[in-house]
Every structure is written in structure tokens, then in C-alpha cells.
Write a protein that binds this ligand. Sequence first.
Ligand code: URA
Length: 199
Amino acid sequence: MDHDDTAVRECERCPELCASRSRIVNGVGPIDAALQFVGEAPGAQEDAQGEPFVGRSGAVLDDALRDRGLARRDVRISNCVRCRPPDNRDPRSGELENCREYLEREIDVVDPEVVVTLGKVPSEHLLGRSVAVTREAGTLHDVSIAGTARRVMVCVHPAATLYDRGQLSTFEGALDEAVELVGAGGGEDGSGQSRIGDF
Ligand code: URA
């Protein structure tokens, strides 16, 4: 796991999350990444390992990156909240707000060319409105985040592709757009690493 100055070491803003977490799960990846993915919150695997997107959703993301010539280590991966909610419930609005400062600071430091929001919670959190994720996946939005203009690409959550295979093309289509925007990727035999073992 990366240690950089965007890492939160101690936080007790959300009593329920403090009680349910094993640890704080900070963002990982290059501190100058061109692409930053933002998910919802750590799940059980992430809470256990201290890294975002290392469970089944993470494997979907890793595979999709690899297919586009990218490795996990090439991109920044973060969440809206850094502590696992009990019973994998959605983070509450107060929890999202408590953690907003940490995410905004991370985006500020990384200064990505494109932020990709994975699912409804991060899309609505960063766009500040309700979002129909499946319909809007692949659309790019100019958003002010902590006073700086950012480009935010809406994407479905990788977990959605596990429940509904029809969502895979929507997920991959948005990823194609994002990768093309940053001019990244190394073709089909690129340097990506599969993490299928994480299932
Ligand atoms: N889902 C998320 O939104 N974030 C993770 O880190 C893992 C699963």
C-alpha cells in the first residue's frame, strides 16, 4: 500500500464507521496519476487488506484495465469514504461529508486529468446531483472540486457487471472513453497485471 501525504492515519469523525472498520483504507496508486477512480467505500476485503478495490469488484476493474494496456499501478484508486460501513450498507450523507475533505485533498494533490466515478454514490457525491448511472455512463462533466475545475467521467460500478453481465459493455465503454481522454494504455499486450487470484 502506498503511503503519501494524502493518507489519513487517524480519524474519528464517524462513530459507526469507527466501530465497523478494522482500519482506514486510503487511496493507492501514483500520486501523479492521469486517471483517478473513485468508488464508494471499502468492503470486507478492502477493510481486511487496507487497499481499495481488492475484492471481486477490484478484479473486474483490474481486468478491464489490463485489457486496455494498463495496470493497477498506473492509476489512482480511491473511495468516497475510507472506512467500511457496517453490513456493507451505503455510506450515509453525513459520512460522505465527513470524508469529503480527504477525497478533495487527494484529488487536489494527484491532479488527475480525469476522475472516473464508479457507481451512483461517487457520481452523485462529486456531481452534486442525482445521477442515472447506467444512462449517463461514459459522459464527461466539468465539475468544480475544492475550487478547481475537474473533468469527471461517470461510470457504472464494477460490481454491477457481476450481477448483470449486460452492464459490462457499459462499464467498458466508459473506461474506453476515459483511457482515450488521457491518451493512456498500451494495447492488448500491455503491461497490465491480472489479479484474478483476488476473487
Ligand atoms: N467497492 C467500492 O466502492 N470500493 C471498494 O474499495 C471496493 C468495492
